[in-house]
Design a protein around this ligand. Structure first.
Ligand code: GAL
Length: 416
């Protein structure tokens, strides 16, 4: 039998060991809106429970451009954070610089190869070794809808085609609301644009034009139609949209000022944080014409090489926590996304998350599961930045002809 004092000294010993290996994790991210901050706060709590110190390195700016600029200067100065929110092809680009840590030991111990869809696992690896840990799956081609506004405007049901959308938008405007809540920042213009391209051209066309960057698709009649539709959406936004943050646009829908927002499901995090319930206060629907497709955006943390043993231990604990079932559930409940870890119980998730999960599987079978270009999932960063600029220019300058928009986007796609 273990005496009380033996037990007590064993406990002291365990605590001493864990404090001895307690380290600091500095985590760079851009999750500063209400819903985002709640979500990342859950990771902080888990790390603190493990005895580590969380050093928050939050850089404001939706979409993460500011965060990436700050990250570059820190890495160039030889002082990288332990982890940074980096995703898509950018993970490979950072890994090729030789600055990322090898997470294979953690990945093997935690069985990541079995717990992740193969395509996601592959995108977290560089030359076969894990260098990043995935957090979630966001769906980008959503349209967020305020139920009360539709009702007051006499609109029944959510528009499924662009034609129906514009007819409803007209009614909504006449009823005194702003039909589309938009944040006029280039990455938000691009987010709307890719949903319009998908809705107008379909999955195959999206793939050819925006993922393969096929010049024929980029200058086609279908792309011209997508640009004309995109411009028409702008007519239903308000004059004050320029520069507006995405979460303030979401707030316009939450507060019954606007009917619709085109945005990924991090917007749902804002509805959740405001106590709003899907089906009652708001609806999540695929953007017109995109119901059978799914544009995905997988957030992930890449880990940087560190020298200090305690910091390395904290870093591998962070990687394990990110892929752990506890974090995958609580984080995604707040963030609006769904877990990236397979076979998770979805019982606590709302109808939008369940629909996202079902549509993800259906799209994956139908070949219409597509990477979000606007969210860094598909193409080389230089081309993405150039296309985004061309799309925004077209959105902001009504004097530009559709033909000019086509040429500029096609030229941007060539940028290396
Ligand atoms: C996306 C990111 C999301 C969300 C959004 C707005 O690029 O993947 O997690 O944070 O930006 O900041």
């Amino acid at each position: 039998m273990v005496t009380l004092s033996q037990w007590a000294s064993a406990v002291v010993c365990v605590v001493a060991v864990s404090t001895a290996m307690a380290g600091e994790v500095e985590v760079l991210h851009w999750w500063t809106s209400g819903g985002e901050a709640r979500s990342v706060g859950e990771l902080k709590k888990i790390m603190q429970r493990k005895g580590h110190t969380w050093k928050d390195f939050a850089v404001t700016g939706g979409g993460g451009d500011n965060a990436m600029t700050v990250l570059k200067s820190r890495v160039m100065a030889g002082n990288p954070p332990a982890a940074a929110q980096i995703k898509g092809p950018a993970i490979q680009a950072w890994a090729s610089e030789g600055v990322l840590a090898n997470l294979d030991a953690t990945a093997r111990a935690e069985k990541w190869d079995r717990l992740l869809p193969k395509a996601v696992a592959d995108s977290m690896k560089y030359k076969g070794r894990y260098v990043a840990a995935p957090v979630n799956v966001h769906r980008v081609n959503w349209m967020w809808v305020n139920v009360a506004v539709l009702k007051q405007a006499g609109v029944t049901g959510v528009p499924k085609t662009w034609e129906a959308f514009f007819a409803d938008a007209e009614k909504i405007r006449k009823a005194g609301f702003i039909p589309v809540a938009h944040g006029g920042q280039d990455w938000q213009d691009f987010t709307t644009f890719e949903s319009v391209v998908l809705g107008v051209g379909g999955a195959r066309f999206y793939q050819d034009a925006l993922v393969k960057l096929d010049p024929k698709a980029l200058t086609s009649q279908t792309m011209a139609q997508a640009l004309a539709t995109f411009r028409k959406v702008k007519r239903y936004t308000d004059a004050a949209s320029l520069g507006r943050d995405w979460n303030l646009a979401t707030a316009m829908v939450i507060q019954e000022k606007s009917a619709f927002q085109f945005m990924g499901d991090w917007a749902k995090g804002e509805f959740t944080a405001a106590g709003k319930v899907p089906g009652k206060h708001y609806l999540c629907a695929a953007a017109p014409g995109t119901g059978n497709a799914y544009t995905f955006n997988v957030d992930s943390f890449a880990m940087f090489k560190l020298k200090d043993a305690k910091a390395q231990k904290a870093q591998s604990d962070l990687a394990a926590a990110i892929m752990g079932a506890e974090f995958q559930e609580v984080f995604n409940l707040n963030k609006g996304s769904i877990p990236v870890r397979l076979a998770m119980d979805m019982a606590k998730f709302d109808d939008c998350a369940k629909l996202s999960s079902q549509d993800f599987m259906a799209a994956s079978k139908a070949g219409s599961l597509l990477p979000s270009v606007a969210h860094g999932m598909a193409i080389r960063p230089a081309a993405e930045i150039a296309i985004r600029a061309a799309v925004s220019q077209f959105w902001n300058d009504d004097t530009l002809r559709v033909a000019d928009g086509l040429t500029r986007i096609a030229q941007a796609a060539e940028v290396r």
